[in-house]
Structure formats: C-alpha cells, structure tokens
Design a protein around this ligand. Structure first.
Ligand SMILES: Nc1ncnc2c1ncn2[C@@H]1O[C@H](COP(=O)(O)OP(=O)(O)O)[C@@H](O)[C@H]1O
Ligand SMILES: O=P(O)(O)OC[C@H]1O[C@@](CO)(OP(=O)(O)O)[C@@H](O)[C@@H]1O
Length: 549
C-alpha cells in the first residue's frame, strides 16, 4: 500500500525505535508500520515520519483543527475561544460551523429536528454530509488564502467522517495538517446545564417551548451516541478534553499546537467571573520633583487625580465582586489583582488589596528611540500621541502604518512583541475562576481589550483607553465576552486637605499613609484607607500595604 500523504496519518505509539529503512517496502508488522484510520496499516520511512512531524511545527502552512464530540459537549464554545485566541496571537484563524451550513441549506424547522439526525434517514444523512463537505472546502480555501488555522466545528462523530476529512485535506495539500480536538463529558450536571444553554440559543429550537426543545435535543444526542466513535490514537494528531479539561490528553502535538493551543485549552473554563481592566492612575505632572523628568511614565507617583482613581477603584471592585459572589450564591473569594511594575500601577491598587502580583509583562510597550525624552513626559492624551509621532518621525510612521502589529519602535518593541509577553498573563486570566483586576497602561490594555472585544490586532494601536475608566469583561455562555465601560468619578473623593489628613509619606498610593512599620518588612506600612462616605464603612479599616516607592 502506498505511503500516506496526509499529516493525519501519524506514527503509532512505540515506533520510536523504527529502522530508517525506506518504508515503501517494509513488511507489515515491522516496527516502522503505521496505521491510517479506516484505510488500514501502511508503512512509512523515517524521513516521511520526520516530514509529518515538521508539518505540525510552526512552519506548517496551515492546520485544520477538527472538533469531535456529541452535541452539547462545548465544541462551538471551544472553537470560538480558540479562534479568538489564535487570531490575537497573530495566527489568522477562522471557525466553520457545519450547523450553519446545514441551516443555510435546509430550514432549521426541518433540519433542526431530531429525526434529521437519525443515521437511518439517508436523505438527511446525505444533506448533512454535504454541509460538512462545504464547510471543509471553505476551510481549505481559507488556508489557501493565507489562513493558518481553520476550525471545523461539527460533531465529526464517526471514524468514516473523520477519515473522509483526512483524505480531503491530504488530497488538497501536503502542506496542511489535521488535528482532532475531542470534547468528552459524562458529568450529568454539566450536561444538563449545557443542554439548557443550547436550546436557549440555537436557532434550531426557535419555535419550540423549552420543554419540547430539551426533549428533542436529548433524542438528537441519543441518535448521535448510537454511532459515536471516540478518536483513537492511530487516527493521527489529537487532543482529548475530558469533563471541562479536568483531564487533557495530547497525541502527536508539536510546534505551535503544543506551545499555544494546548496550554490555552488547559486554561479555559466555563466560569462567568468578571475581569476588570484599568489604566494606572494619573501620575504627578513633570517638573514636580516626583520621579524622573525624562522617564515620567516609569517613575512618577500618583497625582491627586490618580489617588482618587485608586480609592474609587477599590470601591468599584468591592461592589462588583460582592454582586458577583452573591449572584452565584457562593462565599467570597479574593479577587486576583495583577499590576505592571510601574509605581503608579502598583499604587493604584493599594486601596483595593493587600496582596497582588506585579508583572513586567504588563509594562508599557518599549518605545525605543521614538519615545525618548518627550513621549513619556508630554503624552497628555488618552491614546499614544500618534500625530506628534507622525510629525517628528514621518518615515517611521509610514513603516508603522504598513504593519502596525510587527513594526518595531527603533531599539524597542513591536505590538506583536507585547502580545507575546502578555500571553502568560492572558492565560492566567483565562485560567482564574475568581474575579480578576488588571492595572496596566495604554498599549498593553489596547491589546488586552482587542482580545476581549475580538478586534483585529492591527487596529489595536488606535483603540482609545480612557483614564479613570474600568473596562469590565463578562464571559458569555457561548465562549465570547460582554464588555462594558464604567467611569470612575474621581471628583467624588475629598482631597487630603478637605479631610484634614496628613499627606502620604513614601507611599505613592495613599494620602493617609502613616509611617508606622507594620512589621520587619520596611516596605509594609500601616495605612488607613479613606474614610469618605463614598466608600462606606467597609473601607474604613487599617490595611497593611506594600509601599510601591
Ligand atoms: N470542555 C467542555 N466540556 C463540557 N462542556 C463545555 C466545555 N466547554 C464549554 N462547555 C459548555 O458547553 C455549553 C454548550 O456548548 P456548545 O459549544 O454549544 O456545544 P456543542 O457545540 O458541543 O454542541 C457551553 O455553553 C459551555 O458552557
Ligand atoms: O455534520 P455533523 O458532524 O453531524 O455536525 C454538524 C452538526 O452539529 C450540530 C449537532 O447538534 O451542532 P451545532 O449546530 O451545535 O454545531 C448540528 O447543528 C450540526 O448539523
């Protein structure tokens, strides 16, 4: 039998010792024997095996991620999340939902009923097969046009269907790989919740009562279950997710897939905790002796306005976190707070929390020679002063406009560099099951906002990130995000003079900081948090805070 051309035909386990002899004349049963889905066993030379591996490395021209799983296992949810994440990472990715193709071809009033999913219903089976093929062809055309990942979102529940997909991908291009992502779930509670989400949102159940819809979906699932064949190792590269990623198995995953998709799949969950993104409070204006006159952004302490933001932010986070935990009926757990390492960012959370994480990954983009001496000091607007950059460095701006994602500030970073350092933070945010607060700066927040709003990366540099505004992100059941902006009224908090408090000593964040040492840590000071009525009695407490400067 001829050696397979599709990357979906990958070595079986235990073949690492295979001899380098040419596979084409190896006898069946030798150590260099491979299995190709439904076609049976074939032989493969070591060089061909290596070539298969190379197709799954970052140089692979295109990868089809083929979802597998019974209905209501989270396939579309996972597809949407992976699509958003990979696009944000700079890999052009598109999801193709076969259900949509089916509904386009045959009205959901007919094609959405359980009898349409009966394996014995040959007309429906042929129509469903056709819908799957159309989606696959569009997926391949997308890769031909320069896409890196195409996600085929369907049940793909039989070996025969998956084999057909493999054949088609291989025949189309030897440069394309196929990876199965299978979602398995036998947790009854999760399944019940998933099914009620499905009947609520799927157009298939539009004109039915929820009882009718649920009953019909259960019959549909049972019909799929009758013919369902889980992905086997010999089918090629695959990732299996069991019960909301409580167990993840990876088979022949290399390169990009191993580096980015796998950790992402392990991080995502279905929790609905809020995520808050906020720009660090305003710093002292240049020339006030607070911080370096040339690297204002990096060294300055909070101004009065910035301090008010810090107080208002504490009140906002407290209120919204209370509301969240109450809404899900669970006891409060601490909010995860992550800031950049800039003093202003650190100081912005000192009324909010005792414990937080500082990450240099959240520091502003390194503007290299372009930023030196003026941008950090003079940037008064809510977005980087691109007009001024254009005026001072027209040649640079011309390059920038051509590729605002990969163009580097001379001697500094590109937005893509920032995405790469933000990836770890984003995974932590996705992974976290409690509310999250991130305090950072314009460029990093532009990129994070682009992720949550699903905005293409090349538009991120122009996104406004206003001061004193919390960008609130709420995950939706479908795997997307609902985003809202909340303005913090920084005029609502009295100045230290009005409150008769001593000004802050050595702490960029607190005007009510006293200099008593909390303990042997010279940076831990005892701070009384604002007593303003806006904050309520809950905030009138003594908190030890890590002094940011
Ligand atoms: N890995 C997973 N296992 C089980 N359920 C999941 C998983 N990921 C997401 N879900 C949940 O499944 C629900 C239904 O998901 P959906 O993507 O419509 O299912 P499918 O496409 O498999 O029919 C989602 O609202 C989500 O809460
Ligand atoms: O062609 P198969 O593999 O059955 O999968 C596509 C089918 O997936 C289904 C299975 O219920 O779910 P969905 O629309 O949620 O993505 C059907 O809509 C769709 O026709």
């Amino acid at each position: 039998m001829a050696a397979p051309s599709g990357a979906h035909r990958l070595p079986m386990e235990g073949d690492a010792q295979a001899s380098p002899a040419s596979g084409s004349n190896m006898s069946p049963g030798s150590s260099d024997e491979y299995y190709s889905g439904a076609t049976g066993k074939v032989s493969l030379a070591a060089s061909e095996r290596q070539a298969l591996r190379e197709r799954l490395t970052p140089d692979a021209a295109g990868i089809v991620l083929c979802m597998v799983g019974l209905p209501a296992r989270g396939k579309s949810f996972i597809s949407r999340k992976v699509e958003r994440f990979l696009n944000w990472r700079g890999f052009s990715t598109k999801s193709f939902n076969v259900g949509m193709y089916r509904r386009d071809a045959v009205d959901p009033e007919r094609s959405g009923r359980s009898d349409y999913f009966d394996a014995e219903n040959s007309t429906a089976l042929a129509a469903r097969q056709e819908a799957a093929m159309k989606a696959l062809i569009d997926a391949l055309v997308f890769l031909d046009d320069g896409g890196k990942f195409a996600i085929l979102d369907a049940t793909n529940s039989t070996l025969q269907r998956r084999h057909m997909i493999g054949e088609k991908v291989a025949a189309h291009s030897r440069q394309y790989s196929l990876i199965f992502i299978e979602a398995l779930c036998d947790d009854e509670e999760v399944l019940e919740a998933n099914m009620s989400t499905k009947v609520q949102f799927s157009p298939d159940f539009k004109n039915m009562t929820s009882e009718q819809a649920l009953a019909d979906l259960k019959i549909r699932i049972a019909k799929y279950a009758e013919v369902y064949e889980p992905v086997q190792d010999h089918e090629g590269a695959s990732i299996k997710l069991f019960n909301l990623s409580s167990k993840v198995m990876a088979n022949h995953c290399y390169g990009r897939v191993a580096k980015s998709i796998l950790p992402f799949l392990m991080a995502i969950h279905i929790g609905g905790r809020p995520i808050w993104l906020v720009r660090a409070g305003a710093g002292q204006p240049p020339g006030t002796g607070q911080g370096s006159p040339t690297r204002h952004d990096r060294t300055s302490r909070l101004s009065e306005e910035g301090r008010s933001l810090a107080i208002g932010l504490a009140a906002f986070v407290r209120r919204r976190a209370d509301e969240y935990w109450r809404s899900i009926g669970k006891p409060q757990e601490p909010t995860l707070v992550i800031t950049s390492t800039m003093p202003r960012a650190v100081a912005s959370v000192c009324y909010t929390t005792l414990v937080h994480d500082q990450r240099s990954a959240l520091n502003p983009v390194d503007k290299g020679a372009i930023g030196e001496g003026w941008w950090d000091v003079e940037c008064p607007s809510d977005v980087p002063p691109w007009k001024e950059v254009e005026f001072r460095h027209p040649e640079f701006m011309a390059q920038w406009r051509k590729n605002p994602v990969r163009c580097h500030f001379p001697g500094g970073e590109s937005y893509n560099d920032v995405v790469m350092r933000l990836e770890g933070v984003l995974l932590d945010v996705e992974m976290c099951t409690t509310p999250v607060l991130i305090v950072s700066h314009v460029t990093t927040l532009q990129l994070l906002v682009a992720y949550f709003r699903g905005i293409p990366l090349d538009q991120a540099w122009e996104l406004p990130v206003p001061r004193n505004t919390v960008f609130e992100v709420l995950p939706t059941p479908g795997g997307s995000f609902h985003c809202e902006e909340h303005r913090i009224d920084t005029s609502a908090f009295p100045s230290p003079e009005e409150e008769g408090e001593a000004p802050a000593v050595g702490c960029g964040g607190g005007r009510t900081c006293s200099v008593d040492f909390e303990n042997s840590n010279p940076h831990a000071k005892r701070q009384r948090v604002a007593t303003s009525e806006d904050l309520g009695a809950a905030y009138c407490r003594c908190l030890p805070v890590a002094c940011p400067v």
